[in-house]
Design a protein around this ligand. Structure first.
Ligand code: BGC
Length: 441
């Protein structure tokens, strides 16, 4: 066996999550949830949302603002009841664009820059003589004291805009709307994207009690049957990306050390789209000495440029089922400038991507199992886990691996269904706004 093959074998052992490990991680996750709910030390923040399941009767026209860290999206949405909705208009832009030379998420950008940009995206959808209630999906750890107020605890996903951490997000948005003369846009609710996904799915499917994002970032929310303050059901944002009782490899440790915030978001750094490409790159670098890409005179870029591989590239590597791996060859050539990769290189990189991606899906599923054990210890009910995000939607076999891991661990006696909820964070913001208005009246 070549040195590279031996190393790949060793890598497979390190990155495979066994059924026993799934049960162990699920149990630790459940314990961390229960500690967090009791305010005992825990890696899980267990943040209240001040929302319960929708009645499914919510109706009306609302603006939904979705700020997730990559783009700002605005939807003018009409809720029609029982899972039905219509999107009347859309607007939005990426938060950074090299060609247009702006970047609102770097350390050189301020809260005012960022929120002015957000308000500008809302402007094209607004007529001056109408009132627009707005729901804001803000996909970061936010400490909420009510449905329409929330302080950013800290940025995640490597965002560095200054002056936002520790501030009330609705106040920053209100001020920016006023600066843009959008006095007729009225923020009514702020929610996490996992909460939005849960709401959007529950609007249609009453069995939904978990909402999750597997995209650039990772996190999950669920309906806690007995929330600490109210002793009644409430959606709780786990901020599960920060879970840290996990089987780390030396590659995970290296990625963490080189990241913006070492020690934080350890699960997210093992599973989410923002990081898994970098993990594949770090592993590829370590295999260079064993022969991977060693013949290639142009491999320098991949070996030396952090974050050159992104989540979408991992999907691309996984999609190539051809004998010669021609799609991967052209990706190497066009995006990485590697002109003389060997078939062995391409197969090895695909293998690494597949190990990292399967590990991601199985770890995520283990956390869902922890939640299910907490809310339904006897597995006596049906549950729908609503999931949105590019990894879940687009990465080959990702969704299937999650479902298989659930079935393998929980059995198929009851229905534990994981399903895609597209645009959940946008629709969820509209539903939260309808609930806020209903509660006021
Ligand atoms: C954030 C979460 C968010 C998730 C998915 C994480 O980085 O901390 O609040 O739900 O990304 O967008």
């Amino acid at each position: 066996m070549s040195k590279l093959l031996t190393q790949l074998h060793e890598l497979a052992t390190q990155l495979t999550i066994s059924p026993e490990q799934i049960c162990d991680i699920a149990a630790k996750f459940q314990q961390a949830m229960e500690n967090g709910l009791r305010k005992a030390p825990s890696s899980l923040k267990m943040l209240p949302s001040f929302l319960n399941k929708p009645s499914r009767k919510e109706t009306g026209i609302f603006l939904a603002l979705d700020f997730g860290g990559t783009n700002v999206r605005v939807l003018l949405t009409e809720l029609l009841g029982e899972g039905q909705y219509r999107v009347h208009a859309r607007a939005g832009s990426p938060l950074k664009q090299e060609a247009e030379q702006y970047n609102h998420i770097s350390k050189h950008s301020t809260a005012n820059h960022l929120f002015d940009f957000i308000a500008q995206q809302i402007s094209p959808l607004v007529k001056p003589d109408e009132i627009y209630p707005l729901g804001h999906t803000f996909s970061f750890p936010t400490d909420q004291r009510g449905l329409n107020t929330g302080t950013l605890i800290h940025w995640t996903k490597e965002i560095e805009t200054t002056g936002v951490e520790g501030e009330d997000i609705t106040t920053l948005l209100r001020s920016a709307l006023d600066r843009q003369n959008l006095h007729n846009v009225i923020p009514k609710a702020i929610i996490n994207d996992t909460v939005g996904t849960l709401l959007a799915s529950a609007y249609e499917d009453p069995y939904t009690d978990i909402g999750s994002i597997c995209g650039t970032g990772h996190n999950t929310a669920y309906i806690e049957p007995c929330a600490p303050n109210t002793k009644s059901p409430m959606i709780i944002n786990l901020e599960s990306g920060n879970f840290d009782q996990l089987p780390f490899t030396t590659y995970d440790a290296l990625l963490d050390q080189q990241s913006e915030k070492p020690g934080e978001q350890r699960l997210e750094k093992m599973v989410s789209g923002h990081y898994i490409g970098e993990l594949v790159r770090i592993i590829a670098c370590s295999l260079f000495d064993s022969g991977l890409l060693a013949q290639s005179t142009s491999a320098k870029k991949i070996l030396t440029t952090p974050y050159i591989l992104q989540g979408a590239h991992i999907s691309l590597l996984l999609e190539d089922d051809g004998d010669k791996k021609e799609q991967i060859a052209s990706f190497f050539e066009n995006q990485l400038g590697i002109t003389n990769s060997t078939l062995e290189d391409r197969q090895a990189l695909k293998k690494i991507a597949s190990l990292v991606s399967i590990r991601s899906a199985r770890l995520v599923a283990a956390t869902y199992i922890g939640i299910l054990h907490h809310i339904d210890p006897d597995s006596s009910q049906n549950h729908t886990i609503a999931i949105d995000g590019s990894l879940y939607e687009k990465s080959p076999n990702y969704a299937k691996t999650i479902q298989n891991t659930l079935d393998e661990t929980l059995g198929t006696k009851k229905k534990f269904i994981s399903r895609l909820t597209k645009d959940g964070s946008g629709i969820g913001a509209a539903i939260a706004t309808a609930i806020a208005i209903h509660t006021e009246s």
